[in-house]
Design a protein around this ligand. Structure first.
Ligand SMILES: [Zn+2]
Length: 377
């Protein structure tokens, strides 16, 4: 990754580049960030900048062999360590002593698709959801082994330790000596989101680099350019994400997926209102074929839409949290719905959520839901 591919944190980028250019780059850095602020892309850009063999014009060249391999995360002198745990992806023997190298393919895939991922995203990729990942003493031994060899292709070896606060004290103590006096041409880039959990002896051996949140206005400009969303929506996302690009991207994705389900609910309401029984039955069939989680999302979106429509029907659309561009549509839809529907409609989906949890026959359940809506709307 080139520095120019990272949005924001401009003064930090200049500072890091100046350290490299002046030959005054320390050997151990601790990047402190809040989730999704981009410490990992920053560490990757720094690793690439110090190893680039091409013409550096204020950034790495992006085309020399070192840049190429670092961008693809396949450079033999770029190493990673991150919290792991026993996972169904591992063999029985591996499960006893899981280390980062066993998850390298999943790690690469995740970083390449979105280097602003959260700790939970990492655990989902490793299929260890619901467990706490950790950096164990076995991992510390692996780090020492990996760094004891001379660089293979680049002038410098880089070890990026993501979520270094997940290191237990045994692992941390094992790494202290290496952190204090790494072999020549070896760099440690530690990344932490909760630095207070790190041993002070680790922190004191590192140069501290703190990433700053973007201002809501700057982040909104980035989001609106990259995602093609309205500036006012972008500003809302930027505020809720507290200036974290990664969090904002996640909010946008979640919202898009919710919108997709909301659209399905609107389509069902419309075929019911149009008294198109054939379409109602075929919609019931297609809803019954969805997975359980999708069915639950559908029911929750149905409840949200019913509440929104209730507000529009009662002249309170402006407090419904609906977007301005939806107003006309919701007003028209609400005007077609009988006033006694709202309470009954909510009950239908409340009971549906309970029924889905208890593994009711989906086909019968959705046929029943759709029939009732057809009668009531
Ligand atoms: Zn290069």
């Amino acid at each position: 990754m080139k520095f120019s591919q990272i949005n924001g944190n401009e003064s930090l980028k200049s500072r890091l580049k100046a350290m490299v250019d002046s030959g005054k780059l320390g050997h151990a850095f601790l990047f402190v960030e809040e989730e999704g602020m981009g410490a990992l892309p920053m560490a990757l850009a720094l690793a690439q900048y110090i190893n680039c063999k091409g013409e550096k014009d204020g950034d790495s060249c992006g085309v020399c062999s070192n840049c190429y391999k670092i961008e693809k995360l396949i450079h033999p002198d770029l190493h990673f360590s991150y919290p792991v745990n026993a996972s169904p992806l591992l063999s029985e023997a591996e499960k006893k002593k899981p280390t980062s190298d066993m998850f390298l393919n999943e790690w690469r895939e995740l970083c390449l698709s979105n280097p602003y991922f959260s700790e939970q995203d990492l655990y989902s990729a490793f299929k260890i959801e619901g467990k706490q990942g950790n950096i164990s003493v076995n991992e510390a031994k692996r780090i020492i082994d990996v760094l004891s060899l001379k660089p293979l292709e680049a002038d410098n070896k880089v070890m990026i330790i993501f979520l270094a606060e997940r290191m237990n004290s045994e692992a941390a103590n094992k790494l202290l000596k290496l952190l204090e006096e790494p072999p020549a041409g070896t760099y440690f880039f530690l990344i932490a989101q909760q630095p207070s959990r790190l041993l002070t002896t680790i922190v004191s051996r590192c140069q501290l680099i703190r990433l700053q949140p973007e201002s809501p206005r700057d982040l909104a400009a980035i989001l609106s350019k990259e995602k093609g969303i309205d500036e006012s929506d972008a500003l809302n996302y930027a505020r809720v994400a507290a200036g974290s690009y990664g969090r904002a991207i996640k909010l946008i994705e979640e919202n898009e997926s919710e919108k997709e389900y909301e659209q399905k609910v609107k389509e069902l309401f419309e075929v019911c209102l149009n008294k198109n029984l054939v379409e109602v039955i075929s919609t019931a069939d297609s809803l019954a074929e969805m997975g359980r989680e999708q069915q639950k999302t559908f029911c929750r979106q149905a409840e949200l839409l019913i509440r929104k429509l209730f507000m529009f029907a009662n002249g309170a659309g402006d407090i419904s949290l609906a977007q301005q561009k939806e107003y006309d549509y919701l007003e028209t839809l609400a005007s077609r719905i009988k006033p006694d529907f709202y309470e009954k409609g909510l009950k239908i989906f409340d009971s549906a959520l309970v029924a889905i949890e208890s593994n009711t026959n989906s086909k019968l359940l959705f046929l029943d839901i759709c029939n009732r809506l057809y009668m009531m709307l």
